[in-house]
Design a protein around this ligand. Structure first.
Ligand code: CP
Length: 307
């Protein structure tokens, strides 16, 4: 495997191998000496055209834990702000020694373009492209579910709630969790859950309370992505909270063992109340921690000469 652009780049065996490797990396991260020499001499460039806390920092720490050199490039402090194209930027980074470019971009398909056009030889990792995909987020979510509920996700009932339309996290999770045998349901307002997503092999519904009656094993809340909305969301915010927030009332009907997930950053009081985010069933910070292990596993898989 040279690139990771989409969950579609993985078959079930490869996905499970990456998750096993990530579990091993998470044990390394719990040791007092956390560094491995595996990627010494390799260079990873984080090329971010959109803001990020979790993804950018965890890719940086992951590369450092594997002894790679890592450089962070943000669009607004680079020559991208002078109009330099994606192709010229990537070729410049490769000329400076990049073996791997981790890219986050507002345009769906940007990572695929970089991997597929032959502009560079570097490995490309998609760290989130527009509303398309965020494959390492789905892998860290799957690892978190495995750690809490057991490694076989066959039949695991996962309910993904909210702004599905703008969510690359929802797309990557629908693909990966279905691949691993989970029963995935997407639910949200009609305007925010495109029906064509049923082509991903998932069920679609438009009533949170009815969906909760089936006592899902996992309730994955999505961030409302105001920045990607063309229409003014402000006017319908109260209605959204009423229909789609994981509120105290809905928290009280969740099963004792149901997981509450959210990729972050969270909008407290909008898609999730603080009590839910901080509940013992919430995995939000475990997901962040697993992001480091998963990104170590992906970098190792793509860049290690032992592979
Ligand atoms: N979940 C996620 O991608 O968070 P960041 O935008 O902070 O990277």
């Amino acid at each position: 495997m040279k690139h990771l652009v989409s969950i579609r780049d993985l078959d079930k065996t490869e996905a499970l191998e990456l998750l096993d490797s990530a579990q091993g990396m998470s044990q390394v991260n719990d040791r007092s000496i956390k560094k491995l020499p595996t990627l010494r001499g390799r260079t990873v460039v984080n090329l971010f055209y959109e803001n990020s806390t979790r993804t950018r920092i965890s890719f940086e720490i992951a590369a450092k834990r594997l002894s790679a050199d890592v450089i962070n490039v943000s669009a607004d402090s680079s020559s991208v702000s002078k109009g330099e194209s994606l192709k010229d930027t990537a070729q410049t980074l490769e000329a400076l020694g990049a073996d791997c470019i981790v890219i986050r971009h507002p345009m769906s398909g940007a990572a695929q373009q970089l991997a597929g056009m032959g502009w560079v030889n570097s490995s490309i990792i998609n760290a989130g492209d527009g509303t398309h995909e965020h494959p390492t987020q789905a892998l860290l979510d799957a690892l978190t579910i495995q750690q809490r509920l057991g490694s076989d996700l066959t039949g695991c009932r996962v309910l993904i709630i909210g702004d599905v339309k703008h969510s690359r996290v929802a797309r990557s999770n629908a693909l990966l969790l279905s691949l691993l045998g989970a029963d995935v349901q997407l639910a949200g307002p009609v305007s925010l859950v495109p029906m064509d997503l049923s082509a991903l092999g998932v069920r679609i519904s438009h009533d949170f309370d009815i969906a909760l009656e089936s006592t899902p094993d996992v309730v994955m809340m999505l961030r409302v992505q105001r920045e990607r909305m063309l229409e003014n969301f402000q006017e319908s915010e109260a209605e959204y909270v009423n229909q789609w927030s994981l509120s105290r009332k809905r928290l009280s009907v969740l099963g004792d063992k149901s997981l509450i997930m959210h990729p972050g950053p969270i909008n407290r009081g909008l898609e999730i109340c603080s009590d839910a985010a901080e509940d013992s069933r919430s995995t939000i910070l475990q997901q962040v921690k697993n992001g480091l292990a998963v990104r170590m596993a992906v970098l190792y898989r793509l860049l290690s000469e032992e592979q």
